[in-house]
Design a protein around this ligand. Structure first.
Ligand SMILES: [Zn+2]
Length: 320
């Protein structure tokens, strides 16, 4: 998929039109194609009809929610404008779990990307993010209301603009509609219920109610920096040194198995994970957090090196 090229094409269309959100997508489409609303067969939200001889036609299914229809129109406009999208295409752009999921065809993904860029333009979004630096709640609300797109489209778009480590859970009537994560998120698994989401990400889960929907989110903070290893000692040597510094010697024999147990538990939980190293950093950071008796250990300046070296040893052991 030619992501950057598609984005540039959409950005050019927007800056030429001088439209701002909410983009008048029907008016914009009429500049490039004839626009019709009709009842289309089940499973078809929109059609784009192109031939060499005639002006392209965009036909959109009448009966769809307004926000959804807007996305469909913008998607069809993408097919009309992106130069390598040829011929006639029947589309269902709102059906997939993720608009850019790998399962759908490249042209469909490109048209979705185009639609997102048209309805939530880059420059406008950058400004929004700057205005509401730390408030996910404000951003979701404003993008959704001003751009007049679905919440799903809002969250997918937002994920490239806010910091890494965010997890969003979009729900309606206690059912999960989709789970969306931002770049750099370590915990990649899908949850099965809202309760599971809340229990994984403890009490810091944010929540915003919009129309019939509730969006939950959490930002990963695992407290361990995954830095290059500079400490050449073995994890066991670092562990002994930290214990010597921070605890009386009679505690060592109790603390050592407890600390090693945290790694063992995390390792067995993450065994099948595709990015095991990152997962271990996250889970171990999380396990150490709330343990009061280990606070002097966690706060020791060598704690980070200990964790990183220990994870490195675990990974190397599994490779052998
Ligand atoms: Zn399409």
């Amino acid at each position: 998929m030619n992501k950057e090229r598609v984005k540039k094409i959409a950005q050019r269309v927007i800056s030429k039109s001088a439209f701002t959100p909410p983009i008048d997508i029907i008016e914009l489409s009429k500049r490039y194609a004839s626009y019709y609303e009709e009842e289309l067969p089940l499973g078809v939200d929109g059609l784009c009809i192109q031939s060499v001889l005639e002006k392209p036609k965009i036909i959109v299914h009448t009966k769809q929610a307004e926000n959804r229809k807007r996305f469909t129109i913008a998607h069809e406009l993408g097919h009309v404008i992106i130069p390598w999208h040829l011929g006639s295409i029947a589309c269902n752009p709102n059906s997939t779990d993720e608009f850019i999921s790998e399962d759908i065809e490249i042209v469909e993904r490109e048209a979705n990307l185009f639609a997102a860029e048209i309805l939530m333009p880059h420059k406008w979004l950058i400004k929004k993010v700057e205005e509401h630096n730390n408030s996910v709640e404000f951003l979701i609300n404003e993008i959704y209301n001003e751009a007049q797109v679905s919440l799903q489209a809002t969250l997918i778009r937002l994920r490239d603009y806010i910091g890494f480590g965010y997890h969003f859970l979009l729900t309606r009537d206690n059912n999960i509609i989709t789970q969306i994560q931002t770049v750099g998120t370590l915990y990649k698994e899908k949850v099965n219920s809202i309760q599971e989401f809340q229990s994984y990400f403890d009490t810091k889960v944010g929540k915003v109610c919009i129309d019939d929907y509730i969006v939950y989110w959490f930002r990963e903070d695992y407290g361990i920096a995954k830095v290059a290893i500079t400490d050449t000692r073995s994890s066991n040597e670092i562990l002994n040194a930290i214990l010597d510094d921070s605890y009386q010697s009679e505690c060592h024999s109790k603390l050592k198995p407890r600390i090693n147990g945290i790694f063992g538990a995390a390792n067995s939980r993450i065994r099948e994970h595709s990015s095991k190293e990152e997962g271990l950093v996250f889970l171990i950071g999380k396990s150490f957090k709330g343990k009061k008796d280990l606070i002097p250990f966690i706060e020791h300046s060598d704690f980070n090196s200990f964790v990183i070296n220990k994870i490195d040893e675990i990974i190397n052991k599994t490779k052998k």
